[in-house]
Design a protein around this ligand. Structure first.
Ligand code: PEP
Ligand code: MN
Length: 379
């Protein structure tokens, strides 16, 4: 098997060993029956009888795992899921990027700070701190234990929020299964006990890689991000690897091709998965294929491109007689300015006065509502 991509360069291997031992001994964060319940909701969405709304921060922060922050995130998630249900009449499973979204893949392992220091890139709170000093960026294995403690605290609030009975669906939690030193020791009874569902990112979905092997080894609903380099044959192959038994709520394909590529690339992917693949449930991530940097400004995402990708996704799936089963969004209830309304008319950096994300630009509450409204209105 090829080596795991995107793993931190932990600076104390002996300490890492002790941390992994400790993670092995901790109680599961989620229960198998909860994971199966999510899988049933995903299966219903796959059948065309419902939807999934997956969303939350690009990178969760440890310091935002307190009850008030988590309640605000849950209110946003439930509200958006309820919007889809109100428009379509079909149940919508709320699935947070929550209680574990603490590990980030990065395009470069290092970066140079404003004062010229070479530091490790920020890889999520489970690895290091976003503060741009050499010591803050040191990949610290102890942070894996803090990630587990924060996830447990977040999950307590998630469970308090669970509605007692249908038709409202419970919120579930998910994150990218990136940090194998965290995920592997948390497997319990054949399930990833770190979250109800985990996904494999665009940078770690090699069919012969350890992230796919990990996802194959657990029973949870798993997702895979599909970016523009995905060939139809690769997509079909991944569906067979990850869903060999053709379980209906097992596999989410989270499409993030970018607004300009969906109409040209997605039709063949959908066709080939239909012809030679196993059942998948199709979600649209309209965020990651539409990231741009304008001038010298920070990364942003134009709302026009996000909305266009949602529209194109629904239209392609419809044309191929597949159900557009939901959205995967990076969003926050906070009043941030990270995604922009329209592309700037020239190469000048746009003004983004409330830019607070630790990683990728998120939709604020009004923007997330607009994207969900667009999606629901097309159905
Ligand atoms: C993400 O979801 O934050 C992410 C890194 O996505 P992708 O793997 O699709 O680039
Ligand atoms: Mn992201």
């Amino acid at each position: 098997m090829i080596a795991a991509a995107q793993q931190p360069d932990w600076d104390d291997p002996a300490l890492l060993g002790r941390v992994v031992e400790t993670l092995h001994t901790l109680p599961p964060l989620v229960r198998a029956r909860e994971c199966d319940r999510l899988a049933a909701a995903v299966a219903r969405a796959g059948d065309g009888g419902g939807f999934v709304l997956q969303g939350g921060d690009c990178a969760e922060r440890f310091r935002e795992s307190g009850p008030s922050d988590v309640r605000a995130k849950l209110a946003q998630l439930y509200g958006l899921a309820a919007t889809i249900t109100a428009t379509t009449g079909a149940p919508t499973a709320p699935l947070g990027r929550l209680a574990g979204q603490y590990g980030k893949p990065r395009s470069a392992p290092h970066e140079i700070t404003a004062d010229g220091t070479l530091v490790h890139s920020y890889r999520g709170d489970a690895v290091n701190s976003p503060t741009g000093t050499r010591s803050a960026r040191r990949p610290d294995p102890e942070r894996l234990l803090r990630a587990h403690r924060c996830a447990r605290a977040v999950l307590r609030v998630v469970r308090e929020s669970w509605p007692g009975r249908p038709p409202l669906d419970r919120a579930y939690v998910s994150h990218e299964a990136l940090l194998l030193d965290y995920e592997r020791p948390l497997v319990r009874d054949g399930y990833a006990a770190s979250a109800h569902s985990v996904w494999i990112g665009e940078r770690t979905r090699q069919p012969d890689g350890p992230h796919v092997a990990f996802a194959r080894s657990v029973r949870n609903t798993v997702g895979v991000k599909l970016g523009p380099s995905t060939t139809p044959a690769q997509a079909a192959h991944l569906s067979r690897l990850l869903n060999p038994d053709a379980r209906p709520g097992r596999l989410l394909f989270i499409v993030r091709l970018g607004s300009t590529r969906v109409r040209s690339l997605l039709p063949e992917i959908v066709d080939e998965v239909g012809r030679r693949g196993m059942p998948v449930v199709w979600l649209c991530d309209p965020m990651h294929g539409n990231t741009v940097r304008m001038g010298t400004g920070p990364k942003t995402r134009p709302m026009a491109a996000i909305l266009e990708e949602v529209t194109a996704f629904v239209s392609v799936l419809r044309a191929h007689h597949r159900h557009p089963a939901g959205l995967h969004l990076e969003m926050t209830p906070d009043d941030v300015t990270e995604c922009i309304a329209t592309p700037a008319p020239c190469a000048r950096a746009p003004r983004l006065p409330r830019y607070r994300t630790a990683c990728d630009p998120r939709l604020n509450a009004a923007q997330a509502f607009e994207v969900v409204e667009r999606f629901a209105g097309l159905l």
